[in-house]
Design a protein around this ligand. Sequence first.
Ligand SMILES: Cc1cc2nc3c(=O)[nH]c(=O)nc-3n(C[C@H](O)[C@H](O)[C@H](O)COP(=O)(O)OP(=O)(O)OC[C@H]3O[C@@H](n4cnc5c(N)ncnc54)[C@H](O)[C@@H]3O)c2cc1C
Length: 420
Amino acid sequence: MNEVAVIGGGASGLMAALEAAKNGARVTIFEHKDRIGKKILMTGNGKCNFSNLSFSDKDYYTDNFEVLNEVFHMFSNIDMKNYLISNGIMVKDKNNYLYPYTEQAATILDFFRRELSYYQVKIITESEIIKISQNLKEDNGCFTLEHKEQTEKVRDKFDCIILACGGKAAPQSGSDGSGYQLAKEFGHTVIQPLPSLVQLRSSESYFKSIAGVRCEAEIKLCVDGKILTAESGELQLTDYGISGIPVFQLSGAAAEALEQKKRVEALIDFIPGTLEKELIRQVTSQIERLNKLKTSATFEEVLFGLINKKLLLMMLKQSGFRPEDSILNIRQADLEKLIHRMKTWYVKIVNTNPFANAQVCRGGVSCKEMNSDCESLLVPGLFFAGEIVNVDGRCGGYNLQWAWSSGYVAGKNAAYKHIN
Ligand SMILES: Cc1cc2nc3c(=O)[nH]c(=O)nc-3n(C[C@H](O)[C@H](O)[C@H](O)COP(=O)(O)OP(=O)(O)OC[C@H]3O[C@@H](n4cnc5c(N)ncnc54)[C@H](O)[C@@H]3O)c2cc1C
């Protein structure tokens, strides 16, 4: 019977431990926090968006799409849905976003706790890993794991190790990046970890005046003057910059560009769905109507129907107009410029928020150094699962799905692995 150690009791570690145990291994989870599964409870605003029915590798970022696709082929989004249902956990599908029917993340954690106890997986919390080493010449290639339990140093032997320590995102939940060090000690390459699914910061002082505004928008990410990608949805403006799902979706690419010292801008269309020339036509006809009536009308009075009031006031100020001034004699070129800015507002991005605010981590252990069994190509018997490797997905259940799929594959293969 294989002895398997899983380092990290997050989504991927729990799945890996359960699958290794189901396939006949004796399994121990080492978790350095006081409890397992802390991050699971934070997911999907406490509801746990555990997967998504709309699924392709385009929803992911990695340095090895071949491995990614093979892992998903072995355990897919549909497999995860059925895995839960066949174990008595009902599932809710909200426009393809999958949740436990209870909409409580605790349901998913309780499911793993129950199953791990059925399969007699040993869970050691508040454990500190001191060193993991492997002797290929003796002990059949066993790993020696030195760890601290309370104050006592303990040495244990394992046939296989699964590193499932997460990345650096939300370190308050336990993923503090210490897993990277363990991988490096085995000779693995760690690609610079960067915050992803995170807010973007700007140095513009006007953000204080528009903080709190939420609106539908299209946001394009522009790097060194070139548009890389675009996202639509609810934009949230904060006193330091931009937030909301569309911003999160762009943030990994922005973080990479910033890391490479490139010029990063967000181009925001505050009136998506209406063409610029149609807006110009509408406003021009309003101005003509008011001119015929020989009435007076200010910028604010004519434009407040187009865009959130706080945004309008900020934009007028930034464009050199006063809201209380008459708009009736505005030059056509100035009007067109103003409307153009509402459709293409440039925001200079200077940073992302830190890891503490990020939902995931871009970067990590290079996936070029593992095979589709999730086993290291450098160290036989060493497996990886979850966010510790260089895979990150879009918002919408994709990151947990990677944790489940890679955990499943790593656990199953570790259970059967014989080194010598
Ligand atoms: C606020 C928030 C909301 C999210 N919502 C969603 C969502 O709705 N849907 C979705 O798909 N994804 C979501 N994610 C992302 C998703 O939670 C993660 O991608 C996923 O949990 C990663 O699982 P993991 O097992 O790889 O790592 P983690 O969940 O980070 O678990 C790693 C575990 O390893 C432990 N550990 C680390 N180092 C050591 C060590 N040296 N020794 C022992 N133990 C160690 C940690 O304490 C932790 O318990 C969200 C993330 C956050 C922060």
